[in-house]
Design a protein around this ligand. Structure first.
Ligand code: 3PG
Ligand code: MG
Length: 407
């Protein structure tokens, strides 16, 4: 992956109107309609104050995916940015229609405007292999002429060739990208071995594929699989994980059954799967075996103590540990224990073994800060899936676009 971009630092920003495409996709409590904790917004806010205070700043971002519960507008994010920056932040429930255009035109230096969820635009989420097609979208055609610069800094979504990420005729890289690539460089170039990836949470097939290409690249020594990625592998191997688990990964499984089986067979010596799991028994943790998952027929929300013990053993013998996606549904108290224990193991590896420990992804980052451990690992990345891809040297669409369309 060739990193070659023009940075926001290379231009005079004072008094300019800048559109920044960021990734502030956050963990939302949909009952209360509030953001639980957003490491991504916390990372962005000081940058806005430090580098863009004298600009008129337009923020463009996404939240979740259409059809999901947490596919909200961006007003919650605007409020959170307001809190974190200590400055008033405007929100307009529009992306590039009349309302948005008017708000952008009226925006003055020193002001911040958040546009609505860019994924409400149906042309956003196509996989634009030809960046020209993204350039021709109404989104880009409308917004680009309204601003002096477009800064693409959605590091956590750098692996998506979406219109707002690769479509701008000219683009600058932003501070999050600068900082993240600086911190991840060591792992991208020559990671200290052994290296382990701790994989959990959702987006099972993305993470499975990231694991696969890191194994193929001979970068990776161990994959510690939990969450839905483990469910996906178990089911591909013919285990019945129960309908509630099955239905979440059914589509991924159907489309990738052979790939999962083949990859697992090839690298099974290096892939650790859970031995035991946890279900919610009226607010108590009930430990079950993997074979029992089908019989109970409820969502398994965490890994059990035997699995934690095995994962921890591997973590303690590794020099580089990358975690993406919590092993349990840590938002629920009953499923939080193993996530915290593995974060503790990473902290211990950092201190005792001088291991390089990186936590990635909005969720796992949130879990680490909820546990008060965010400062005790080597680095918290705002990227999850994108980070896993970057590590194997993949030329990510955002990095490619920043190179090909640099100012
Ligand atoms: C993330 O949270 O991983 C990024 O914002 C990308 O989201 P996506 O996987 O829905 O594209
Ligand atoms: Mg996420």
């Amino acid at each position: 992956m060739k990193i070659d971009y023009t940075s926001y630092k290379d231009v005079k920003l004072k008094g300019k109107k800048v559109l920044i495409r960021v990734d502030i996709n956050s963990n939302i409590d949909t009952d209360k309609m509030e953001i639980r904790d957003s490491p991504r917004i916390r990372a962005l806010a000081p940058q806005l104050n430090e580098h863009f205070k004298k600009c008129a700043v337009i923020i463009l971002a996404h939240q979740s995916r259409p059809g999901h519960d947490d596919f909200t507008d961006m007003s919650l994010h605007a409020k959170e940015i307001e809190k974190e920056t200590g400055r008033p932040v405007k929100f307009v429930d529009d992306i590039f229609g009349e309302k948005a255009v008017k708000a952008i035109k009226e925006l003055k230096p020193g002001e911040i405007l958040v546009l609505d969820n860019v994924r409400k635009f149906e042309g956003e989420m196509k996989n634009y292999t030809d960046f020209k097609d993204a350039e021709n979208t109404k989104l880009v055609q409308t917004l680009y002429p309204l601003v002096d610069y477009v800064i693409v800094d959605a590091f956590g979504a750098a692996h998506r060739a979406h219109a707002s990420i690769v479509g701008w005729p000219k683009m600058l890289a932003g501070p999050i990208t600068d900082e993240e690539l600086g911190a991840l460089r060591k792992v991208i170039d020559v990671p200290d071995r052994p290296m382990a990836m701790l994989i959990g949470g959702a987006k099972a097939i993305d993470k499975f594929k990231a694991m696969e290409f890191n194994f193929e690249d001979e970068k990776l020594d161990y994959a510690l699989c939990s969450g839905l990625t483990a469910v996906l592998i178990f089911e591909a191997l013919g285990k019945n994980m129960g309908e509630p688990n099955h239905k979440i990964i059914a589509k991924d499984l159907e489309e990738n059954h052979n790939l999962i089986k083949k990859t697992y067979e090839k690298f099974k010596e290096k892939i650790l799967l859970p031995k035991d799991l946890v279900i919610d028994d009226n607010g108590n943790r009930k430990i079950i075996t993997v074979d029992e998952a089908g019989t109970y027929n409820v969502t398994t929300g965490d890994i059990g103590p035997e699995t934690v013990r095995e994962f921890k053993e591997v973590i303690m013998k590794c020099k580089t540990i990358i975690a993406n996606g919590p092993p349990g549904i840590f938002e629920k108290e009953v499923f939080r224990k193993s996530t915290n224990e593995l974060i503790d193991a990473m902290v211990e590896a950092t201190k005792k073994n001088k291991a390089l420990t990186i936590i990635g992804g909005g969720e796992m980052g949130a879990a680490a800060s909820m546990a008060g451990k965010a400062d005790d690992v080597s680095f918290i990345s705002t990227a999850g899936g994108a980070m896993l891809e970057i590590l194997s040297g993949h030329d990510l669409p955002m990095i490619k676009a920043l190179r090909e369309k640099k100012l």
